[in-house]
Ligand binder design. Structure first.
Ligand SMILES: Nc1ncnc2c1ncn2[C@@H]1O[C@H](COP(=O)(O)OP(=O)(O)OP(=O)(O)O)[C@@H](O)[C@H]1O
Length: 589
């Protein structure tokens, strides 16, 4: 009779697609906002090579499986999940190759291969062995930006993370992994190895989990976050790179990690000796790969390493961002760290006003002679441009919204354009409001636009929920919303993205338009009536359509006669009677 562990040693192997490893090896950066949210207890200070990590995981698996007998009735089905059966499908006497398995060229293909082979096999084994329901999904940390490729769950328990990389990245990282312990410098930037190790530490730290597997399917590196309440030095242990070719080790190590978490069986401790000499991974500072203009997408190469004694290494508790801005006075700082974290663990982004930032921060932002600081307390929402958080200043209870947009990488160029565009619109709206052109605000109050540390931010008045559907509005509310859009057009601006999610309720009543990242200048001929009074503006017309105002207008006019909130006196088109305006014509006069 075969035992489970014997079966896995012999059969848990996968085809080895030809890895294409000659591509540029890049990896995205970590973000300061995410770093600020890792609890100090889970923020690895060091990355420590652990030569025995893989063997220890396999040994733990063996200990858990003990002598459990492999059920023969699943043998045939399970064998189909491994080896050449995956690559060569049999049709009667003929075999056909599944081409997915022939080459592995990039991260996308790596993920496809994992999805077809490794993960279904793991799910099958866990189900057959312990009735466990294993699933793996892409996961964003709550309130966060940090997305890991796979979160392995068994029932509701988070057991393991997997980050897929291209064969090129795996090779570059595997070739350059430090031989000794390195200090983890929690700052964006740095070479490829730093970024990859930091990301592993970040992903695990944010989720307070132990195991992360980096892989392109062909090769594997295991990371383990070692942290417990008595441990002042949380650290990230990492294995050497190892191959899946002809080996069941990657699969058994993976199963070992999952079953150790599920069964509470500890894996042999990874050792960390703070007294040993440290390797250092060079920072991406001046001249470093990620600061070079050619490489703002962060695809730099490892630049070698140097050794340093622990006593001579600089403290890691302050970010490079913090340090570099000590010299140049910043005007505003913000953090996602909890005020309960020790100060040395709080990660602050330092910001400067945009050159034409004409907005004034609220009075409650004053902080004596100290810098103005914003604490981001609750994630409200995110979109294609940025993330929005609720926040408050140091000594104030008043809540604001802050929209944070990443401006660091080349791929952020589009976000950058949208950010500056939105800033310009807020500026125009503020000028219109201050000069009395607008009687009421149609957008949240903007208190400032700043940038620094790879981010741009807008500080805004805090609105309530956004609309889910146009249908949730009653007639009076439809009128109000249409009125805001009409006013925006009157000021010469098209919103450009009028969806329910971009209309926010104001606590206490009313609405605000938000998200002007797609807005453009516009001379609304429907409002001016030039050149032709029958001209219809596309955006206004679309709004009337989604709000069903034409139909409503007709029926309301029929029922209410003079109480209709609309008039079609003005050029024969539907125009809102806005508060304070006796007639739309008055606006234009
Ligand atoms: N001033 C505010 N007050 C409260 N919540 C806000 C505010 N501004 C934005 N939000 C919330 O944040 C979410 C994202 O904001 P916003 O639409 O400005 O981001 P975006 O990245 O430009 O989105 P999109 O992908 O639609 O362009 C909104 O849907 C809303 O829930």
């Amino acid at each position: 009779m075969t035992k489970w562990r014997e079966f896995l040693v012999e059969h848990a192997k996968f085809p080895f697609p030809h890895p294409v490893e000659n591509k540029a090896a890049g990896s995205t950066d970590i973000s300061l906002e995410d770093v600020g949210r890792v609890d100090p207890k889970w923020r690895a200070k060091y990355a420590v090579p652990d030569e025995t990590l893989v063997q220890n995981l396999c040994r733990t698996l063996d200990n858990i499986l003990e002598d459990t007998i492999f059920p023969d009735d699943i043998r045939a089905d399970l064998l189909l999940k491994f080896g050449r059966h995956l690559q060569f499908l049999t049709f009667g006497p003929r075999e056909m190759e599944d081409r997915t398995w022939s080459t592995n060229r990039n991260e996308y293909e790596s993920r496809m291969i994992l999805d077809k082979g490794f993960f279904p096999a793991a799910a099958f084994c866990l189900e057959a062995y312990g009735g466990y329901l294993f699933t793996n999904t892409v996961e964003h940390v709550e309130r966060g930006l940090s997305k890991v490729d796979y979160l392995g769950m068994v029932d509701d328990k988070r057991v393991v993370l997997v980050e897929a990389k291209s064969p090129s990245v795996m090779k570059a990282v595997g070739d350059s992994l430090p031989e000794h312990t390195v200090e983890l410098n929690w700052t964006p930037g740095g070479d490829l190895v730093s970024r990859v190790l930091l990301k592993a530490a970040l992903y695990l730290g944010l989720r307070e989990m132990e195991w992360l597997f980096l892989t392109c399917h062909n090769s594997w590196i295991i990371c383990r976050l070692v942290s417990d309440n008595d441990n002042d030095n949380p650290f990230l242990a990492f294995s050497r790179i190892f191959s899946i070719e002809g080996s069941s080790q990657p699969f058994r190590a993976f199963m070992g990690a999952i079953l150790s978490v599920l069964n509470g069986v500890p894996v042999q401790a990874s050792e960390f000796h703070p007294a040993v000499a440290l390797d250092t991974i060079p920072e991406g500072g001046e001249g470093g790969p990620s600061s070079s203009p050619k490489d703002i997408d962060g695809s730099g190469e490892y630049r070698g390493r140097s050794t340093a004694n622990i006593s001579s290494t600089r403290p890691i508790t302050r970010s490079r961002a913090t340090a570099s801005h000590d010299a140049v006075e910043s005007e505003l700082m913000f953090t996602l760290s909890s005020p309960h974290y020790p100060e040395s663990f709080q990660v602050w982004a330092h910001l400067h006003s945009l050159p034409n930032n004409a907005f004034a921060l609220p009075h409650c932002a004053e902080n004596g002679n100290e810098k103005r600081r914003l604490w981001l307390t609750r994630h409200i929402g995110s979109g294609s441009t940025g993330n929005v958080w609720e926040c408050h200043f140091d000594n104030g209870d008043d809540l604001f919204a802050i929209k944070v947009v990443k401006l660091r990488r080349r791929s952020d160029v589009e976000c950058q354009r949208r950010f500056y565009n939105e800033f310009e619109v807020y500026l125009s709206l503020e000028i219109a409001y201050q000069s009395g052109q607008l009687r009421d605000r149609i957008s949240p109050h903007c208190y400032g636009a700043f940038e620094g540390d790879g981010t741009g931010v807008l500080i805004l008045g805090l609105c309530g929920d956004t609309l889910k559907d146009w249908d949730e509005l009653n007639f009076s509310e439809q009128t109000q919303v249409y009125g805001l859009v009409w006013e925006l057009h009157r000021l010469g601006i098209i919103h450009g993205d009028l969806e329910p999610r971009n209309i926010a309720r104001v606590p206490g009543g009313g609405f605000r338009l938000i998200d002007f990242s797609e807005s453009v200048r516009h001379s609304c001929m429907e409002i001016s009536g030039k050149p032709n009074k029958h001209y219809k503006c596309l955006e206004l017309q679309a709004m009337r359509g989604v709000l069903k105002l034409l139909q409503r207008h007709a029926s309301v006019r029929a029922n209410l006669g003079p109480y209709s909130p609309y008039t079609d006196q003005h050029h024969g088109v539907l125009t809102p009677m806005l508060p304070g305006l006796s007639s739309p014509a008055a606006v234009n006069s």
